[in-house]
Design a protein around this ligand. Structure first.
Ligand code: BJ8
Length: 423
């Protein structure tokens, strides 16, 4: 990617450290992804995107900015990308999924904090993420305490707009979220200098609904007895949905979905018969956090579903796109987004139902509950999920970890024992 050095320089990246990051990412990708057998041919596009993760897409963002366009960066699936796009901005999800950034984050944040928050902060401080350096605005939210307080510090380095996510789902909370969306519309209009009209918003609601639909279609293919795609590859596709151009993503996603459906018809699976089917539930796995999927799939299991924000919580439920006025569209957006069952809500019983429902729909043999260290919401919620799954006769194990690889072997031993029990 030497041809991008001038681009990275223009963004002010720390080139030496950025090189270290790229080398680590490249070898990890080769080991975890390219070594897999019998992958769908359509994965070639996603391999290409990863190889260009800090190249072509960054060039596209830079070209957009050169024409006066804006880039907004987000950390949570609550931020409505429809609004950002309707204002003519590009929206990218920041990844924060690597230990590489944690030590930098710990320079300003306490060590006993969720690794995703520390990595999110560290990526900015280390000047190694060209998405961050391309962003005109970070849109934060008040989902968990760690993130909520982090925005105040991050705002010292880059402008941050915070959306106040309610912590309950009463009618007045849904209305409040609608008000927050309205405020975000004003913010985006000010940032871009573009008006958001009902026509523009309707077009972007339709676009993002299509993106959700194609992700759901790919995900549905994993219900098949002969699983046509590995969990790692399916996860990668969802991760890429956060930063790729939506229209291109939809087109390429449709090609992948068609291939997967053909594989199902042909009975072509990527795992041998009898491989235990695993659902991962819990905290998100942002790029390049592939560790748990990799451990499961190299220990004799197959991941068939992610009940996660880099999974079903991102693409389930469409926005009803029938509103003719901005107010009606905002209400429809608020309704859809407030169906996301993040552990920041109390009560959050719908999430327990989601996990049970998905476990049955995807015919899973066991659930691996993934909890990022110091994420109290998901950790506390485990008890209810565990109880419900046990009652339904579905085995479950909890894995609590951070991004370091200190505990990889320990996790592998536990996963191997869990899979053995499922056989
Ligand atoms: S909607 S899950 S993307 S907040 S950062 S809560 S892991 S302690 S990411 Fe999330 Fe939005 Fe909810 Fe989804 Fe825990 Fe860490 Fe907080 Fe986290």
């Amino acid at each position: 990617m030497g041809e991008y050095t001038a681009l990275w320089q223009s963004l002010g990246l720390d080139l030496e450290r950025h090189d270290q990051l790229m080398v680590a990412l490249g070898s990890m990708y080769e080991e975890m992804f390219l070594s897999q057998e019998n992958r769908p041919a359509a994965m070639e596009y996603y391999d290409f995107l990863v190889s260009e993760i800090h190249g072509l897409r960054i060039q596209e963002l830079t070209d957009h900015k050169a024409k006066g366009g804006k880039v907004v960066a987000t950390f949570c699936v609550f931020v409505p990308e429809e609004v950002s796009l309707a204002a003519g901005a590009i929206s990218v999800g920041l990844c924060a999924g690597s230990h590489f950034w944690v030590p930098d984050g710990e320079k300003v944040l306490p060590r006993n904090l969720c690794p995703m928050i520390k990595a999110g902060m560290g990526a900015k401080l280390s000047k190694t993420c060209p998405y961050y350096e391309s962003a005109d605005l970070v849109v934060g939210e008040t989902t968990c305490d760690g993130k909520k307080k982090c925005w105040e510090l991050l705002n010292e380095y880059i402008p941050v707009h915070v959306m106040d996510v309610p912590q309950m789902k009463r009618e007045k909370d849904i209305q409040h979220w609608g008000e927050e969306i309205k405020t975000y519309i004003t913010k985006m209009e000010q940032l871009t200098g573009n008006d958001i009209t009902p026509e523009k918003l309707a077009a972007k609601i339709e676009l993002i609904n299509k993106k959700r639909a194609v992700l759901q279609r790919i995900h549905n293919a994993r219900k098949a007895a002969a699983i046509p795609i590995s969990g790692k590859d399916a996860l990668l596709v969802t991760q890429i949905a956060f930063y790729d151009d939506p229209e291109r993503f939809i087109e390429k996603g449709q090609a992948l979905a068609e291939e997967l459906e053909q594989r199902i018809e042909d009975g072509t699976g990527v795992f041998s018969e009898g491989t235990p089917r695993i659902m991962i539930a819990g905290t998100p796995t942002a790029v390049p956090n592939w560790q748990l999927h990799h451990i499961i799939e190299t220990s004799g299991g197959a991941v068939v579903c992610e009940e996660s924000c880099i999974g079903t919580r991102y693409f389930e439920n469409q926005v009803v796109n029938t509103g003719a006025t901005l107010d009606a569209q905002i209400a429809a957006l608020a309704d859809r987004y407030m169906k996301i069952n993040c552990s920041c809500f109390t009560p959050n019983t719908a999430r327990v139902e989601d996990v049970l429902h998905l476990a049955k729909k995807f015919n899973v043999d066991g659930v691996v509950y993934y909890n990022l260290q110091f994420c109290h919401g998901y950790a506390v919620e485990y008890l209810k999920i565990e109880r419900a799954l046990k009652q339904a006769g579905i085995p479950v194990i909890i894995i609590e970890t951070d991004y370091s690889d200190n505990d990889t072997e320990q996790i592998r031993t536990r996963i191997e024992a869990f899979l053995e029990m499922l056989r």
